[in-house]
Design a protein around this ligand. Structure first.
Ligand SMILES: [Zn+2]
Length: 427
């Protein structure tokens, strides 16, 4: 277990507790992976002391849907439409090797850890390589093989069981199914049963495009979320990703069944899939809606601070209404993200998991920073570049002063190897 850490005299602590408290000039003591003390009387008992006088301390963020190794495809065919763009992606993905996935995942983990993300839910090939990259840095990850077609079910299940048996620490398995347009309802149900058996979750892209919704309705006579409900694959361990093109009764059904929902606003806008997920209504009716970046090829960033800002702006643009607030986006990225990752975190209070972030309160573009505009500054003005420290499970995994230069050098070496790989395929 890691040494105790004292975050000493933080300028602000954004607790995100039920009372919405923001503490000033207070400290946080972390020990054995948990928050042990919050307030004035925490000092003098620690191993590592971080001078927090110029910092905002807050709960860490979670990226609830990504394809980490797609960093290797960042900036590739940025201006194609979704189905055209997917063809390019699949051409490269057909040639992937475990070592390429490991290197590209490492880039993603560097980016996420240095921008305040404590954990992610991943859907990609060679999942053990992504888990390895995450574990080496100490960030949480849910990984698993991706079921792309019915004929691959037995092999998928064998791999998922094997992964579930081998993962340890902060990585855990997840049952990834690409979508209802690639996998039949019977097989999706079998995958859901497998997820339940492993005490895991079914993680699936749903209602992302109009084309998908039409296709599912043409084949089965119902809409995608209805279909999941009808086949018995919609429950609290189902994670529905995208959901921009669901009907009002499908949203209600998802909330009733306590399914997790992941909103990926930047990816939806960049790929021009349109649709509109009703974030505020879902949150206010008790929905568990987290945020995800999707892969770096369709975003092109894994920075969850940027994702929060864009989530609010997309809602306001779509509804001509300012009802969705910075706090809605923050609770999605923090509390609901923690819930979907199965981490008892998302609030700075004693006994919770110690997943925390420090931001530089002196950043020029956050000024004038005050207690009363703190949440606004974090969601609308801050970016991941303001993160100075990331703590996961009570361990300091990123300190800007200590790690940034070293990670940049390592990323440059990885970039050379990934570029060689891409040129060998695409010319
Ligand atoms: Zn995706």
């Amino acid at each position: 277990m890691s040494e105790p850490i004292l975050l000493d005299r933080c300028k602000y602590i954004l607790t995100l507790d039920d009372k919405g408290r923001i503490l000033e000039n207070a400290s946080i003591l972390l020990d054995e992976g948990l928050i042990e003390c919050v307030g004035d009387g925490c000092s003098g008992r620690s191993g590592i002391v971080v001078d927090c006088r110029g910092s905002i301390a807050m709960p860490a963020l979670y990226n609830a849907h990504t394809h980490a190794a797609m960093t290797m495809l960042r900036g590739l065919h940025d201006d194609s439409e979704l189905h055209e763009w997917l063809k390019y992606m699949w051409r490269v993905e057909a040639k992937l090797t475990p070592s390429i996935v490991y290197l590209a995942s490492k880039l993603a983990v560097f980016e996420m850890a240095s921008t305040g993300t404590a954990g992610f839910i991943d859907m990609y090939f060679h999942p053990l390589e992504t888990a390895r990259a995450a574990e080496e840095l100490g960030i949480r990850a849910k990984v698993g093989p991706v079921l792309m077609e019915d004929s691959g079910f037995e092999e998928w299940r064998r791999k998922l069981r094997s992964i579930a048996g081998s993962l340890k620490g902060l990585a855990s398995p997840i049952a990834n199914v690409h979508s209802l347009y690639k996998v039949s309802p019977e097989t999706v149900r079998a995958a859901y049963d497998e997820a339940t058996r492993l005490n895991s979750q079914l993680h699936i892209h749903v209602a992302e495009t109009r084309r998908e919704v039409y296709e599912i309705h043409r084949r089965y006579g119902v809409f995608p979320v209805e279909l999941l409900g009808r086949i018995g694959a919609l429950g609290s361990n189902t994670i529905l990703v995208h959901m921009g093109w669901a009907a009002s009764w499908e949203y209600r059904l998802a909330v009733e069944r306590k399914a997790g929902i992941v909103h990926c606003p930047a990816s939806n806008m960049k790929l021009a899939t349109a649709g509109q997920l009703p974030l505020r209504e879902l949150l206010e009716s008790g929905g568990r809606v987290a945020l995800g970046t999707d892969g770096a090829a369709s975003n092109n960033s894994l920075d969850m601070f940027r994702e929060m800002r864009i989530a609010v702006f997309l809602q306001r643009h779509g509804y001509w209404d300012t009802g969705v607030s910075a706090l809605h986006a923050l609770s999605s990225a923090v509390k609901h993200g923690a819930s979907l990752l199965g981490v008892d975190a998302g609030v700075v209070e004693e006994g919770r998991k110690a997943d925390l972030v420090l931001l530089d309160a002196g950043s020029l573009y956050l000024q004038p920073l005050r207690k009363d505009n703190l949440i606004s500054a974090i969601v609308y003005a801050a970016t991941g570049r303001d993160v100075t420290h990331t703590i996961v499970n009570g361990r300091l995994i990123y300190s800007r002063g200590r790690n940034l230069e070293e990670w940049r050098r390592e990323a440059a070496g990885i970039t050379d190897r990934l570029s060689d790989f891409l040129y060998s395929i695409l010319g």
